[in-house]
Design a protein around this ligand. Sequence first.
Ligand SMILES: Nc1nc2c(ncn2[C@@H]2O[C@H](COP(=O)(O)OP(=O)(O)O)[C@@H](O)[C@H]2O)c(=O)[nH]1
Ligand SMILES: [Mg+2]
Length: 390
Amino acid sequence: MEPVQLAIIAVVAILLVVGLVVVTARRGRGAQLPPDQASPYPGDLGAESTTATATLERPDLGADLFGADEVVTPTLERPEAPATRWRRLRARLARSGALGNAILTVLSRGKLGESDWEEIEETLLLADVGMGPTTELMAILRTEAKVLGESDPAALRAVLRRELVKLVDPTMDRTLNIAPVVGDDGEPHPATILVVGVNGTGKTTTVGKLARVLVAEDHSVVLGAADTFRAAAADQLSTWGARVGVEVVRSEKEGADPASVAFDAVRVGRERRADVVLVDTAGRLQNKSDLMDELGKIKRVMGRGAPVREVLLVLDATTGQNGLRQAQVFSEVVDVTGLVLTKLDGTAKGGIVIAVQRELGVPVKYVGLGEGADDLAPFDAEGFVDALLS
Ligand SMILES: Nc1nc2c(ncn2[C@@H]2O[C@H](COP(=O)(O)OP(=O)(O)O)[C@@H](O)[C@H]2O)c(=O)[nH]1
Ligand SMILES: [Mg+2]
């Protein structure tokens, strides 16, 4: 071949590569939805309704065009499978384990006087087990101690374990309700999940972590950043999404209507035929009627795209009785279907699991056990009690 021909072939090849890179880079960028797709959601919201300004952040697949030779290959994280998480994270309940240890120490004294029983009761209350469950547990322990004889600590330990498991209730259904459902139109609907709770409890983190749980289970996921109160909240969610290649629907302008972002997230979820749409919300708790208006509207508007299958309430385990009161307010304004207890790592207040389930009548489905991306585990009653007593 002539050198001239070779040169021409080389130039053509370089042009082709550069062209490809430009196209990939464009595709990788978040794009403003075309105006005809930016939906004023259908329905009769009247003055409430605002035109959606949601943008879609496709995961950036890594192509950044500073020069063809600076293209980075995408490295999506592979989140840890949920099944192995509990085993890894159990040790983080060590401080909660103080509850079990304190009680077991008293029980092993052999002869139990009134002050020993008071000590047990105090330990349970300090661990936030709550008055009702504590009273029940105390009655059973006292009776069994008489029957079994106080000098058999191993038998008493077995009773304590059995009764704690009963209180945590292994019969509750803790699975996420995300089984595929086909709508009236014959099309599959994504399972939509609304995540609510007070500011700072760990909602956004939990949405990000849950997305990873679902990705690890091979579900396709879309996230909705309906905390439009602070732009930082949407950025935070976008980062979580980008790490595992999950799309995030967000609003460009701060203070946009959260319901419209939530609606767009569901719509995008349907378009993508996603299995699950997770929607993060703001946690402002100025007063109950504001909260009711906002969450009620978000849920209603999401429901127009696909029925809301789960409302997860995120609670900070370290906030004790205060957290319980907040939980109550939320459960009064929106039908909570499951709880996520965050920050169980390093708190001695693990008993809150029992108290909050009792108060609200809904199961703890996941627990947060650290700040790491995969430090969220599906809750397991027996595993939890064993960790307390280990
Ligand atoms: N130690 C610990 N920190 C957590 C956990 N979950 C969330 N956090 C932290 O709690 C803080 C608030 O979380 P964020 O998701 O922004 O709360 P939001 O305001 O409810 O959205 C962040 O610093 C998180 O890293 C957890 O399970 N354990
Ligand atoms: Mg948040």
